[in-house]
Write a protein that binds this ligand. Structure first.
Ligand SMILES: [Fe+2]
Length: 367
C-alpha cells in the first residue's frame, strides 16, 4: 500500500490498482486544532457547508505525513498510516473475529472467573473474544446479591430494558405468562423474536440451583443454518426469503415483528436466526410455496432439536452465561420443583455494549 502524488493529485496504490483519492475526502479529514476536537475526535466544522468542488493547490509527502494546501486556504497534515487504515472499509475490531462453528462435540470452552476489576482488565478482552467466536461465554463466581446481574450488564455497556423490566426472574411461579416460568422443559429457541430490534445478547445468571435436572442447553444457529445451506439448499432458500410474523400480547402491550427464520446480510452471509415455533405465523402464500416452507421449517426444527448440535451443562450458583441471541438458540431440560430451588435472573444488552467495551479494552492495552 502506497500513497503517491502526481500533478497535485493524491493516489492510493494497493499494489494491483491505482486510484485517485477525492480531494474532498482529504479536505473533510483536515485535523488541525481549528478543525478537529482532540478529545472526542469530532469535527469542529460542518463539511456539508463546504464547496464540493474543492481542489488541491499543493501536496507533498515528508516523513509519512501528507501535507496539503487546499484551494479554500486550508492547510492540512495527514498521517499516511491513518489514511491507509481507512482503505480497509471495514470495522476490523469486530468483523475480523472469525466465528467458530460448533456442535455437540464442543468440549474445550474456557470458563472465566469473576474478579473485582474484571470490566477494565485484559480478561474482559478474552471474555469478549470468546463470546464473539463461540456466541457465548461463561463467567463463574459472579456475585449473586442485589441483582448484581444488572450491575454486571451496565459495567459492560447498558442494560436493554423491555416491558419485562430491567431484568427478569426465571423460576416457576403460579399462573405464568410464559412457559419459562414453569418447570417444563424448554425446546431450543431464540428470545423475543417479536421485538424490533430483537435483543442482541441475553445474560443469564444462576442465583441458586438445587435441582438435579434443569440443565441449560445451547445450539449454534450459525452451524445449523450452514449445514442446511449445504444439504438442503431449497429449504435454506425459502427460510432466508419468507418473512413470518412473530407476536407477543399481554394486557399492556402488543409486540409484533416480521422476519425470515434465517436472516442474511447484504453479502448473503449469515446474520441472524429467529426460532420460536409457538409464536411464528407464516403469511398466506401459494400452496406449493407453503408446502416447501413447512417442510423446511420442520427440517430446521429437527436439526435445532437434534442431540448432534446441542450442548448441555448445569449452571451452578454464581455462573453467568452471556449468549448471542441472534446466533444461538437456548433451552433447558425439565426439572422437579420438589427437589429444591432453581432461580435464574436474566437481562439483555445490545451489541453496541460488547463492541464498545471490546474496542475500549483493545485501545487501553494496545491489543
Ligand atoms: Fe428464553
Amino acid at each position: 500500500m502506497k500513497i503517491e502524488l502526481n500533478n497535485n493529485k493524491v493516489f492510493f496504490n494497493n499494489g494491483s490498482s491505482v486510484e485517485e483519492i477525492h480531494p474532498f475526502w482529504l479536505r473533510e479529514r483536515a485535523n488541525g486544532e481549528k478543525f478537529l476536537d482532540k478529545g472526542t475526535q469530532q469535527r469542529l466544522f460542518d463539511p456539508t457547508s463546504l464547496n464540493v468542488e474543492i481542489g488541491i493547490k499543493k501536496a507533498q509527502i515528508k516523513n509519512q505525513i501528507l501535507e496539503i494546501d487546499f484551494n479554500d486556504g486550508v492547510n492540512s497534515k495527514l498521517n499516511i498510516e491513518s489514511i491507509a487504515q481507512e482503505f480497509n472499509k471495514k470495522d476490523n475490531d469486530i468483523h475480523s473475529i472469525e466465528k467458530v462453528k460448533w456442535d455437540s462435540k464442543l468440549k474445550t470452552i474456557k470458563n472465566f472467573e469473576f474478579k473485582q476489576d474484571l470490566f477494565e482488565s485484559k480478561d474482559m478482552f478474552n471474555i469478549l473474544m470468546s463470546f464473539y467466536k463461540y456466541g457465548f461465554v461463561i463467567i463463574k463466581k459472579v456475585p449473586t446479591q442485589d441483582n448484581y446481574l444488572v450491575k454486571f450488564a451496565n459495567s459492560i455497556g447498558s442494560v436493554r430494558r423491555t416491558n419485562f423490566g430491567e431484568h427478569f426472574n426465571v423460576k416457576s411461579i403460579p399462573n405464568p405468562n410464559d412457559l419459562a416460568y414453569t418447570s417444563l422443559p424448554l425446546a431450543p429457541h431464540t428470545d423475543n423474536p417479536y421485538r424490533n430490534p430483537v435483543p442482541c445478547i441475553q445474560i443469564l445468571h444462576c442465583i441458586i440451583n438445587e435441582v438435579k435436572g434443569g440443565f441449560s442447553t445451547l445450539v449454534d444457529g450459525y452451524t445449523v443454518s450452514e449445514i442446511l445451506k449445504k444439504e438442503n439448499p431449497e429449504f435454506y432458500d425459502i427460510l432466508t426469503k419468507v418473512k413470518v410474523r412473530f407476536k407477543f400480547i399481554d394486557k399492556d402491550v402488543v409486540l409484533e415483528d416480521w422476519s425470515e427464520l434465517i436472516k442474511l446480510d447484504e453479502n448473503k452471509n449469515f446474520k441472524q436466526v429467529r426460532f420460536s415455533p409457538r409464536l411464528d405465523y407464516v403469511p398466506i402464500l401459494e400452496k406449493k410455496e407453503l408446502d416447501l416452507y413447512y417442510k423446511a421449517r420442520k427440517k430446521i426444527s429437527d436439526l435445532y432439536n437434534s442431540a448432534k448440535f446441542r450442548i448441555e451443562f448445569k449452571l451452578e450458583q454464581g455462573d453467568l452465561l452471556m449468549m448471542d441471541n441472534h446466533r444461538l438458540l437456548h433451552g433447558r431440560t425439565e426439572f422437579d420443583v420438589n427437589e429444591g430451588s432453581r432461580f435464574l435472573q436474566g437481562c439483555y444488552i445490545e451489541f453496541d455494549s460488547t463492541e464498545g467495551k471490546l474496542r475500549h479494552i483493545k485501545r487501553k492495552f494496545n491489543l
